[in-house]
Ligand binder design. Structure first.
Ligand code: HAM
Length: 421
């Protein structure tokens, strides 16, 4: 029997861990810099939460969710995104009673049954940043800046924003009527998916990648011309902040995003190193969502970014993350008595905070020294019969011929102060 990882999943092998660590640590650092607190929510939730929030007619809910009945026959779903769970926690834990706005970040896996390709998986990791409880466009720009600074600190090049407004319950129905009229006489020219969406999710017609559909949507009425005063002003103010900060951006009338909860601002960040169609992150306002799932009226905005996509861009751009630290010390031993002494010494060194490794399978000294080299240890301690007799072990700095001899109790303090003379 040959077992295989499920399609669209992958293993993160040790050699890739430095990339992951670097992205995650940078996210933590930047989020703290902006005053965002970590929150973690379950990996699965009641299916209805996602149906209500992401939207029944979205691709995610229609065909991408991993949904199952648990042993009590309740329908559960592996989260396809992280925003809904955070909003559920906000309502259930009465976080709206705390001083607003609340600023959160979280990092973890999400699941979508998509067609796997570079940068698109069925299990993927998102870093997700949300601000709940403020409708000020200055919060929109703050959220966008968090994304920007994370990518900038990681070293991604060619960063730019795509922005649009999706309006609000006041102006969007007017716009949808305009769109409906526009597409009515053109339905037969649309792809099958769009013909179906015409009756369900008109906005999504705008971001169809099909050539023929694009030609039609290029000429379609633009939402920015149909916004109400409030949404128009909000968008203007956001753009003024982008100008002040000199962030490159493009108003993209096709940007409607694949989740139903958005209102007003939507945005994506594009970076060189991944295809132009593959946003490194996406997000926007969702002023109605908390209410939809049973909480008080709460304006909110956030974004999420696929960690795999960030790493893909890093690799394309040749960005090397800092190496994870190698073990500081390798212990080599020859003989049974030396092995017992080595067992004791590694314990003492590790308790003292020094990272140590050894092979433990009684190989030749030569083979152990090769291993010490391979793991990149800075020092090797060598214990053989002579060392057991004399009670003094050899401490060697790798790559140098010089070595010193020390009693076991002298090794830890010497490694700590780094004095090798
Ligand atoms: P989304 O655009 O569906 O938005 O996903 C955000 C990001 O997750 C994408 O830009 C991409 O980097 C990554 N991503 C999505 N699907 C996959 C996949 N199959 N494989 C790899 N990476 C993927 C959301 O999820 C919203 N919850 C964002 C948000 C937060 N809006 C407001 N707050």
């Amino acid at each position: 029997m040959n077992y295989k990882a499920p399609r669209g999943t992958y293993d993160i092998l040790p050699e890739d861990q430095s990339y992951w660590r670097y992205v995650i640590e940078t996210t933590h650092r930047v989020c703290r810099l902006y005053g965002y607190e970590q929150i973690d929510v379950p990996i699965f939730e009641q299916t209805n939460l996602f149906k209500r929030s992401v939207g029944e007619s979205t691709d995610i809910v229609e065909k991408e969710m991993y949904t199952f009945a648990d042993r009590s026959d309740e329908s559960m779903t592996l989260r396809p995104e992280l925003t809904a769970g955070i909003c559920r926690a906000y309502v259930e834990r009465k976080l709206h009673g705390r001083p607003q706005p609340l600023k959160f970040f979280t990092i973890g896996p999400a699941f979508r049954y998509e067609r796997p390709q570079a940068g698109r998986y069925r299990q993927f990791y998102q870093l997700d940043v949300e601000a709940l409880g403020s409708q000020d466009p200055a919060i929109d720009i703050e959220i966008m800046q968090v994304a920007w600074q994370i990518y900038e600190e990681i070293g991604l090049g060619g960063l730019s924003f795509q922005v649009n407004s999706t309006g609000c319950p006041e102006c969007r129905p007017r716009y949808l009527n305009l769109l409906k009229e526009w597409y009515e006489s053109r339905i037969s020219g649309l792809c099958q998916d769009c013909q179906r969406r015409y009756g369900q999710n008109l906005l999504r017609l705008l971001d169809c990648k099909n050539e023929a559909c694009r030609e039609i949507s290029d000429r379609a009425p633009k939402i920015t011309t149909a916004l109400c005063g409030d949404c128009g002003n909000h968008f203007e103010e956001l753009r003024s902040y982008l100008d002040i900060l000199k962030r490159p951006y493009e108003v993209n009338h096709r940007l409607v995003r694949g989740l139903d909860y958005y209102t007003k601002t939507v945005f994506e960040v594009w970076a060189s190193g991944i295809g132009a169609q593959n946003a490194v992150s996406g997000g926007g306002r969702y002023d109605g969502l908390v209410k939809v799932i049973g909480g008080p009226e709460t304006p909110a905005i956030g974004f999420a970014s696929g960690i795999e996509r960030i790493i893909l861009a890093m690799k394309q751009e040749g960005i090397i993350p800092p190496e994870l630290a190698n073990p500081k010390v390798f212990i080599a031993y020859i003989g049974t008595a030396a092995k017992s002494a080595a067992v004791l010494l590694v314990q003492e060194l590790r308790s003292g905070g020094i990272s140590v490794t050894a092979l433990w399978d009684d190989r030749s000294l030569k083979s152990q020294m090769k291993q010490a080299d391979r793991v990149g240890a800075t020092y090797t301690v060598i214990i053989g019969n002579n060392e057991i007799t004399s009670g003094k072990y050899i401490l060697r700095r790798m790559g140098e011929s010089a070595q010193i001899v020390l009693s076991p109790s002298e090794i830890l303090p010497r490694l700590k102060d780094g004095d090798f003379s």
